[in-house]
Design a protein around this ligand. Structure first.
Ligand SMILES: [Zn+2]
Length: 119
């Protein structure tokens, strides 16, 4: 039996990597439909990554973009900051975007990704 495609299911973007750079920098992300991509929400993905759901301001089409899980280097950076007694920032969003406690994890609210364990 053929799988029916959910018409409301978010679409994929083919230049995710480039868009993510803009996203981390807090810049506007151009949608393939001519508008801008606005974040609707983040949901937990698999293996520590997260999925951002974006809506195009011009077409109202929805797109999903995977925000990759923390790398070993990013986790180390966060741990080093904590060992120094600092409140760690998001390694991707940079200075001023604090990680917040979510259960036992330290999470960036803009990435939806856990970068470390709360101490
Ligand atoms: Zn972040």
């Amino acid at each position: 039996m053929a799988k029916k495609r959910d018409p409301k299911a978010p679409l994929k973007l083919d230049n995710e990597k480039q868009l993510l750079k803009h996203y981390y920098a807090g810049q506007r992300m151009e949608s393939p439909m001519g508008g801008y991509l606005m974040l609707l929400g983040l949901r937990q993905g698999e293996d520590g990554d997260s999925v951002g759901i974006f809506e195009c301001s011009a077409s109202s089409l929805r797109y999903a973009m995977v925000i990759p899980a923390a790398t070993r280097g990013e986790r180390k950076k966060v741990k080093d900051a904590m060992d120094d007694g600092d409140d760690p920032d998001c390694p991707r969003h940079g200075h001023g975007t604090r990680l917040v406690r979510a259960g036992r994890d330290l999470v960036c609210m803009a990435c939806g990704v856990a970068y470390g364990k709360a101490q």
